[in-house]
Structures are given as structure tokens and as C-alpha cells.
Design a protein around this ligand. Sequence first.
Ligand code: KG4
Ligand code: ZN
Length: 383
Amino acid sequence: MPLAHILGIETSCDETAAAVVRAGEKIVSNVVFSQIATHQPYGGVVPELASREHLRAIVPVVRKALADAGQSYQSVDALAVTQGPGLAGALLVGISYAKALAFALDKPLIAVNHLEGHIHAVLLEERQKGNHEVNFPVLALVVSGGHTHLYLAEQRADAWSYENIGHTRDDAAGEAFDKVAKLLGLGYPGGPVIDQLSPHGDPTAVKFPPSQIKHPDRRKKGKVSEPEDRPRFDFSYSGIKTAVLRYVETHNLQAAIEARRRALAASPKPKTEDYLAHTDKQVQDLVASFQRAMVEDLVGKTLAAAQAYDIATLFVTGGVAANHELRQRFERDAAMQGLPVYFPSRPLSTDNAAMIAAAAYPKLLAGDFAPMDFSAEAGMALR
Ligand code: KG4
Ligand code: ZN
């Protein structure tokens, strides 16, 4: 099916999304319904509310994706849905709906790992731009609210395989952005707010110690050829979050934070000017220093891994890949290493269904379909 149209459905967290993608390389439609407004008052995603909102949104979102694409339920060639990782109740809404559609329409159904989707968002857009030449081995940093993972990606015929060579030992990078923003009364989600505020502060004002991670010495075993003996590049972000909390306590910022939280909660959609009006130089410096420390850690570890594994191409994807400073730093430092680095566009960095439909295309070609009894896998690993 060389020009197959796949309808992708994504409901793993707080976005209800559907998209039609042709042959893994052309976005024909891409609809994302964000639940941010529902979760905002709670400062994070509330799983029960996420499931309820997905139930409300799934039918209109899929209908709109088909209408925008000039397609119908009958005309698409296959369906694809996120199986995991994610919130079990949220995943089940997408999976149940996709199964019912596939059964009623007698169409093939493909189950996709959400993390593989983030990686294929990069490939989809490169192909859409006409770049069909990606050199292997590829290293992919998937960095979002739930994940901070480094994968070596290989392609043989139509099958993709992945080896995890690093992950976070505690908080994901996006989670650290969200928790620090919440701690400072800046609202939810934190990444975009910290991204907007950081250029207004001094990133060298507050020093955060680099995260220290002990990797067991894998060479002692004397069999370096085994995958478990290869070097690892893990991350840790709970320390920096605690360091920000300690800064808040020692500098007595609590009262100002409470006032800011109340002021920003009263504004339905705060803009950069609103954040600036409700933060002083000290908080802007703190935020800029936090972002600088996060960016240096992510870029430093990823490029060290790229060198250790002699990587030909680097992908940086997931919600945090939307961050301006992270992109600039990766572009500058990867160029110094002579390493090509690709990002998705900002709309395709955060959760969407186009990436799910794109990741499903090689599986469609390989006839890798989901059995009708498959279910959500909240902690699904990528291999
Ligand atoms: O990929 P995504 O939409 O959902 C998950 O799979 O987690 O990522 C959402 C995460 C949130 O933690 C959000 O704060 C972060 O991505 N994020 C950012 C930016 N935009 C979104 N972090 C830093 N800078 C940004 N511009
Ligand atoms: Zn995601």
C-alpha cells in the first residue's frame, strides 16, 4: 500500500488527538484538543479528569481529522492507536474507540508505542521537507513531561528496533520544568512559561550543582559485547527541583509566590508581559539559571552518548524539544561535533496523532497488526 492513508489516534495523557498521514511522509490533517484548561487549576494532569475529557472529545476530534483530510471512515486504509506508555484510563479511551472503528469498518488496526511516535515525528517532517536520507546509527533523545530517554534506533527493511542507553532515574525533564513552575507560582504547564521568562533573566545568577550519577562499572564483568555491558547515560532531575525549593525557603520567597499564584490564576491565558509583570529580577534570574542548568545537562549527556556510540544522526523530540534555548544549544554544540541534529516543528514536538500514524506506516507495510484482544500498557517499554 504505497500511498496508504492512516488515521492515527492518540489519548495517552492530556491531549485528545487524531490525524491522517499519507505513507508516513505527508500530514493530511492533524487535530489536537488540549485539556490544559481542565487540569490547570490542579497544577498537573488529573488522571480521572483526563479519561472523562477524552471520552467527550474523541468522536468530534476524529470526525474533524477525517473532514480536514477530505477522507471518510470508509476511505482510510488503516487505523493506528497509542498502546502505551501513558495513563491507563486515558489510553483505554483511544484503544476502545479505535478497536470499535476497526471492527465495524473491517480495517487493519496498528498499535503504536507513544515514544516511537515521538521519534517518527522527526522522520515524518524530514520526509515532508524532501529529506529521505537519514544516516544510521541514529540517537534519539525523547524528552517530555513523562520521559527522558536516549534510544539507539536502527532500521532493517521496514522494521525499526530500539535500544535504551539512558533514562531518568527519577523525574522526567518536563516534569522538573512543571514542578519548578508550580513551586514558583507560575502555573501549569511550566515548560512554556519558563521558556518565555528565561531570556529576561541572568542564567549565571544561581549556581546549581550538576547531577551526579553513578553508573556501575560494566567492564568489570569482562564481556563488553553484551548490551547490558555498554555504557549508559542516565539523567536525574529531582535534585535540581529540591535545590530550587531550598532557594525559595532560604530567600523567603513564599509570600511573593502566593501573591503571584493568585494574580496569574485570575488571568485566563497569561502572556509573557503578564509573567514579567508578576516576577521580579530575582525570580527571573532563578528561572533562567534553572533552564540553563537543565539545558546543559540534557545537551552534555546526549552529546557524550553520541560520541561514545559513534552516532551519525541525532534526533531531539518530545514536549521539552520545543524549548528555544535547548534547540539553540543542541544546534551549536552538535555542529561543533559535526553531528546533524533534527527536531520536529514545535506543534509536532508535543503530543499529537500525526506521529502515531507515521510510526504505524512501516508496521502496515510489514503486516504488523494488533490482535483484537490487545490492551493498554501504561508502562510499555520501547524495543
Ligand atoms: O510530549 P508532551 O506533550 O507530553 C508527554 O508525553 O509528556 O510533553 C509535555 C511536557 C510538559 O512537561 C511541558 O512543560 C513540556 O513538555 N514543554 C516544554 C516546552 N513546551 C512544553 N518544556 C520546556 N520548554 C518548552 N517550550
Ligand atoms: Zn509525549
